[in-house]
Design a protein around this ligand. Structure first.
Ligand SMILES: CC(C)(COP(=O)(O)OP(=O)(O)OC[C@H]1O[C@@H](n2cnc3c(N)ncnc32)[C@H](O)[C@@H]1OP(=O)(O)O)[C@@H](O)C(=O)NCCC(=O)NCCS
Length: 144
Protein backbone atom coordinates (compact mmCIF):
# COMPACT_ATOMS: atom_id res chain seq x y z
CA UNK A 1 0.00 0.00 0.00
CA UNK A 2 1.56 3.32 -1.07
CA UNK A 3 0.06 6.04 1.06
CA UNK A 4 0.85 9.67 0.35
CA UNK A 5 -0.02 12.87 2.19
CA UNK A 6 -0.84 15.94 0.12
CA UNK A 7 -1.94 19.43 1.16
CA UNK A 8 -5.71 19.86 1.31
CA UNK A 9 -7.29 22.49 -0.93
CA UNK A 10 -10.68 24.16 -1.40
CA UNK A 11 -11.84 21.31 -3.66
CA UNK A 12 -11.63 18.96 -0.63
CA UNK A 13 -14.40 20.90 1.15
CA UNK A 14 -17.18 18.33 0.62
CA UNK A 15 -14.99 15.38 1.53
CA UNK A 16 -13.75 16.97 4.74
CA UNK A 17 -17.28 18.10 5.60
CA UNK A 18 -18.66 14.57 5.25
CA UNK A 19 -15.82 13.06 7.30
CA UNK A 20 -16.15 15.76 9.98
CA UNK A 21 -19.89 15.23 10.43
CA UNK A 22 -19.71 11.43 10.43
CA UNK A 23 -21.24 10.20 13.72
CA UNK A 24 -18.19 8.17 14.79
CA UNK A 25 -15.82 11.00 13.95
CA UNK A 26 -17.88 13.37 16.08
CA UNK A 27 -18.14 10.93 18.96
CA UNK A 28 -14.34 10.67 19.05
CA UNK A 29 -13.60 14.34 18.46
CA UNK A 30 -13.05 17.04 21.05
CA UNK A 31 -15.88 19.00 19.36
CA UNK A 32 -18.84 16.64 19.04
CA UNK A 33 -21.44 18.93 17.42
CA UNK A 34 -22.50 18.85 13.77
CA UNK A 35 -21.04 21.69 11.72
CA UNK A 36 -23.02 23.50 9.04
CA UNK A 37 -21.76 23.80 5.46
CA UNK A 38 -21.16 27.54 5.89
CA UNK A 39 -19.27 27.07 9.18
CA UNK A 40 -17.20 24.38 7.51
CA UNK A 41 -16.36 26.56 4.54
CA UNK A 42 -15.25 29.36 6.88
CA UNK A 43 -13.15 26.90 8.88
CA UNK A 44 -11.54 25.44 5.75
CA UNK A 45 -10.75 28.84 4.25
CA UNK A 46 -9.16 29.99 7.51
CA UNK A 47 -7.29 26.69 7.92
CA UNK A 48 -5.81 26.86 4.44
CA UNK A 49 -4.63 30.42 5.11
CA UNK A 50 -2.99 29.66 8.46
CA UNK A 51 0.80 29.55 8.55
CA UNK A 52 0.80 27.43 11.71
CA UNK A 53 -1.48 24.68 10.32
CA UNK A 54 -0.87 21.95 7.77
CA UNK A 55 -4.10 20.29 6.67
CA UNK A 56 -3.32 17.15 4.69
CA UNK A 57 -5.27 14.54 2.76
CA UNK A 58 -4.03 10.94 2.76
CA UNK A 59 -4.43 9.08 -0.51
CA UNK A 60 -3.93 5.50 -1.60
CA UNK A 61 -3.93 4.95 -5.36
CA UNK A 62 -5.19 8.53 -5.81
CA UNK A 63 -8.21 7.83 -3.59
CA UNK A 64 -8.64 10.05 -0.51
CA UNK A 65 -8.70 7.78 2.57
CA UNK A 66 -8.24 10.17 5.48
CA UNK A 67 -6.96 13.45 6.79
CA UNK A 68 -4.39 14.61 9.31
CA UNK A 69 -3.79 18.07 10.69
CA UNK A 70 -0.57 19.45 12.17
CA UNK A 71 -0.95 22.55 14.32
CA UNK A 72 2.20 24.25 15.57
CA UNK A 73 1.77 25.44 19.14
CA UNK A 74 3.92 26.65 21.99
CA UNK A 75 4.16 23.17 23.51
CA UNK A 76 4.81 21.29 20.28
CA UNK A 77 2.99 20.31 17.13
CA UNK A 78 -0.49 18.87 17.72
CA UNK A 79 -1.58 16.04 15.43
CA UNK A 80 -5.21 15.22 14.78
CA UNK A 81 -6.35 12.48 12.41
CA UNK A 82 -9.45 10.94 10.83
CA UNK A 83 -9.84 7.97 8.51
CA UNK A 84 -12.67 8.03 5.95
CA UNK A 85 -15.67 6.16 7.39
CA UNK A 86 -15.57 3.43 4.74
CA UNK A 87 -11.83 2.83 5.17
CA UNK A 88 -11.52 2.19 8.89
CA UNK A 89 -10.05 -0.90 10.51
CA UNK A 90 -7.48 -1.82 7.89
CA UNK A 91 -4.34 -0.14 9.16
CA UNK A 92 -4.76 3.23 7.48
CA UNK A 93 -4.99 5.24 10.69
CA UNK A 94 -1.61 3.95 11.83
CA UNK A 95 -0.10 4.52 8.38
CA UNK A 96 -1.42 8.09 8.23
CA UNK A 97 -0.04 8.99 11.65
CA UNK A 98 3.34 7.39 10.83
CA UNK A 99 3.51 9.40 7.59
CA UNK A 100 2.60 12.62 9.41
CA UNK A 101 5.33 11.99 12.00
CA UNK A 102 7.87 11.51 9.21
CA UNK A 103 6.70 14.73 7.59
CA UNK A 104 6.81 16.69 10.85
CA UNK A 105 10.46 15.78 11.44
CA UNK A 106 12.16 16.18 14.81
CA UNK A 107 10.36 18.00 17.60
CA UNK A 108 7.64 17.47 20.13
CA UNK A 109 4.35 16.06 18.88
CA UNK A 110 1.14 16.13 20.89
CA UNK A 111 -2.13 14.24 20.42
CA UNK A 112 -5.26 14.58 22.53
CA UNK A 113 -7.31 11.41 22.48
CA UNK A 114 -10.52 10.41 24.19
CA UNK A 115 -10.08 7.61 26.70
CA UNK A 116 -12.64 5.43 24.92
CA UNK A 117 -11.01 5.83 21.48
CA UNK A 118 -9.27 2.43 21.60
CA UNK A 119 -8.07 2.51 17.98
CA UNK A 120 -6.41 5.92 18.34
CA UNK A 121 -4.80 4.93 21.65
CA UNK A 122 -3.29 1.91 19.91
CA UNK A 123 -2.09 4.11 17.06
CA UNK A 124 -0.46 6.55 19.48
CA UNK A 125 1.29 3.71 21.32
CA UNK A 126 2.47 2.08 18.11
CA UNK A 127 3.80 5.39 16.81
CA UNK A 128 5.93 6.10 19.88
CA UNK A 129 3.69 8.47 21.83
CA UNK A 130 3.47 8.23 25.62
CA UNK A 131 0.60 9.38 27.79
CA UNK A 132 1.65 12.48 29.75
CA UNK A 133 -1.61 13.62 31.28
CA UNK A 134 -5.37 13.43 31.41
CA UNK A 135 -8.29 15.72 31.99
CA UNK A 136 -11.74 14.14 32.31
CA UNK A 137 -12.09 11.78 29.36
CA UNK A 138 -9.20 13.22 27.32
CA UNK A 139 -5.68 11.82 27.46
CA UNK A 140 -2.71 13.87 26.29
CA UNK A 141 -0.05 11.95 24.41
CA UNK A 142 3.40 13.23 23.61
CA UNK A 143 6.18 12.05 21.32
CA UNK A 144 9.73 13.41 21.45
C1 LIG B 1 -9.63 6.16 15.16
C2 LIG B 1 -9.29 5.94 13.69
C3 LIG B 1 -8.39 7.08 13.21
C4 LIG B 1 -8.55 4.61 13.58
O1 LIG B 1 -8.16 4.43 12.23
P1 LIG B 1 -8.20 2.98 11.59
O2 LIG B 1 -7.61 3.06 10.24
O3 LIG B 1 -9.57 2.45 11.74
O4 LIG B 1 -7.20 2.21 12.59
P2 LIG B 1 -6.16 1.08 12.21
O5 LIG B 1 -6.81 0.11 11.29
O6 LIG B 1 -4.87 1.71 11.81
O7 LIG B 1 -6.00 0.36 13.62
C5 LIG B 1 -5.16 0.87 14.62
C6 LIG B 1 -5.23 -0.10 15.80
O8 LIG B 1 -6.48 0.01 16.44
C7 LIG B 1 -7.14 -1.25 16.43
N1 LIG B 1 -8.55 -0.96 16.15
C8 LIG B 1 -9.09 -0.57 14.98
N2 LIG B 1 -10.40 -0.34 15.14
C9 LIG B 1 -10.68 -0.59 16.44
C10 LIG B 1 -11.85 -0.54 17.23
N3 LIG B 1 -13.02 -0.16 16.70
N4 LIG B 1 -11.75 -0.86 18.53
C11 LIG B 1 -10.57 -1.25 19.07
N5 LIG B 1 -9.40 -1.30 18.38
C12 LIG B 1 -9.48 -0.98 17.09
C13 LIG B 1 -6.49 -2.04 15.34
O9 LIG B 1 -6.59 -3.43 15.58
C14 LIG B 1 -5.08 -1.54 15.42
O10 LIG B 1 -4.42 -2.14 16.50
P3 LIG B 1 -3.17 -3.12 16.29
O11 LIG B 1 -2.24 -2.41 15.34
O12 LIG B 1 -2.62 -3.29 17.64
O13 LIG B 1 -3.75 -4.32 15.66
C15 LIG B 1 -10.57 5.87 12.82
O14 LIG B 1 -11.39 4.86 13.28
C16 LIG B 1 -11.34 7.18 12.80
O15 LIG B 1 -11.10 8.01 11.95
N6 LIG B 1 -12.26 7.35 13.76
C17 LIG B 1 -13.06 8.56 13.86
C18 LIG B 1 -12.25 9.82 14.13
C19 LIG B 1 -11.23 9.68 15.23
O16 LIG B 1 -11.41 8.94 16.18
N7 LIG B 1 -10.13 10.40 15.11
C20 LIG B 1 -9.05 10.38 16.05
C21 LIG B 1 -9.23 11.40 17.12
S1 LIG B 1 -7.86 11.31 18.24
Amino acid sequence: MALILRPANAADARLLFDWRNDAVTRQNSLETGMVSWSEHQRWLGASLARQDRQLLIAEVDSEPVGTVRLDQGHNGCELSWTVAPGQRGRGLGKAIVAAAIALAGPGILIARIKRENAASLRIADACGFACVGSADDILTYRRG
